[in-house]
Design a binder for this molecule. Structure first.
Ligand SMILES: [Zn+2]
Length: 346
């Protein structure tokens, strides 16, 4: 009776692995009626009958069956699938090895299996105590990508984010098994996940790829370790007017024809501040102007970014009668030599 862990007690009792208690009892009664040496008249059947009795003794007892299932089920894909952490696997391989060793020294099958199964608990408890003395493990940081518009980057904004925290299962404390069975709360993974909604403020003037840190909203630390942090990694989407490249703010500035012709001081709002852009007289569309040092201010860098203006001459959507009249006059008196170079160039 040495290798009983490799024995399939369910097979001995002629039932399925997931048989109900009723099925087990019914099958046992049937086997007693057909396999008892007194019935078969063959005294060599006594060993086989003993095996049936022993299997029944384990499987008809909820607690013993549970323990047996842990050992037996350990080899089954079902359990293997539920966890990957090799450390815990080793604990159980170790437990089974020890139980097997003890069983060889024991006298009877029933005695040895009970002792071995009790030993599983005893060994497990010792392992648990060892685990509790583990050095602190810091929780991992969680990183999330967020998209914001250029407007938001320049003005500051906020985002509600759903974060998935994973932490050691409170039921089995990350040990995957509880009282010898797979922990029902975490399905033997040792971890549980919970969603949390957090409102995160993104400050104005963030640059592409900036990391916004929210302390202690990462995964929980274990054994007294620190909680991780949450990082929002900012992705800035450009729009028709602004694009942020590094520390520089690129701006397509709409300018009216008269502003472009005569020059103008045009106020624009960037990061809650009004900046005046000086358009010189006779400015054409596409012309670039640089406002040095008025871009983004990354505290870690000594040099501030610039604002780079590209002039875009735009005609207002609605022209008044007066404007149309003036444009007509302007057209008549204009010295239209602007296409000379294009048409007569060499
Ligand atoms: Zn658990």
């Amino acid at each position: 009776m040495t290798n009983y862990y490799n024995k399939d007690l369910y097979k001995i009792l002629n039932v399925n692995f997931d048989a109900s208690m009723q099925e087990i009892k019914a099958s046992y009664r049937r086997l007693v009626r057909t396999c008892h040496p007194d019935v078969t008249g063959n005294q060599t059947d006594i060993e086989k009958f003993k095996e049936i009795q022993e299997a029944y003794e384990i499987l008809s007892d909820e607690e013993k069956r549970k323990k047996y299932d842990v050992l037996n089920g350990f080899y089954r894909e079902k359990i293997k699938k539920n966890y990957t952490e090799s450390k815990s696997k080793n604990i159980y391989e170790d437990v089974i090895k020890r139980a097997k060793e003890n069983s060889t020294k024991s006298e009877s099958f029933s005695h040895s299996i009970n002792e071995a199964l009790d030993n599983l608990f005893h060994t497990k408890k010792q392992k648990d105590i060892k685990q509790e003395k583990k050095p602190p493990i810091n929780g991992e940081d969680i990183k999330l990508d967020v998209k914001i518009s250029c407007f938001e980057a320049l003005k500051g904004t906020s985002r509600k984010v759903n974060i998935l925290h994973t932490e050691p299962c409170p039921n089995c404390e990350g040990r995957m098994f509880i009282n010898g069975s797979i922990c029902p709360m975490c399905n033997g993974t040792g971890q549980i996940s919970s969603e949390k909604k957090i409102n995160v403020k993104i400050p104005k003037g963030v640059t592409q790829g900036s990391k916004v840190r929210i302390k202690k909203e990462g995964n929980k630390g274990q054994y007294g370790g620190k909680d991780g942090d949450l990082y929002l990694i900012v992705n800035i989407e450009k729009n028709n007017y602004f694009e942020i490249v590094g520390m520089d703010i690129y701006c397509n500035l709409p300018v009216t024809p008269s502003e472009a012709a005569l020059g103008a001081d045009i106020p624009i709002k960037i990061m809650d501040e009004t900046v005046t852009v000086k358009i010189p007289p006779k400015t054409s569309s596409g012309q670039k102007l640089k406002l040095a040092g008025l871009g983004l201010d990354n505290k870690s860098k000594t040099k501030k970014g610039d604002i780079i203006i590209t002039v875009v001459i735009k005609i207002p959507k609605n022209l008044s009668e007066k404007e149309k009249e003036l444009y007509t006059q302007l057209k008549e008196i204009s010295n239209n030599d602007i296409r000379d170079e294009m048409n007569n160039g060499r």
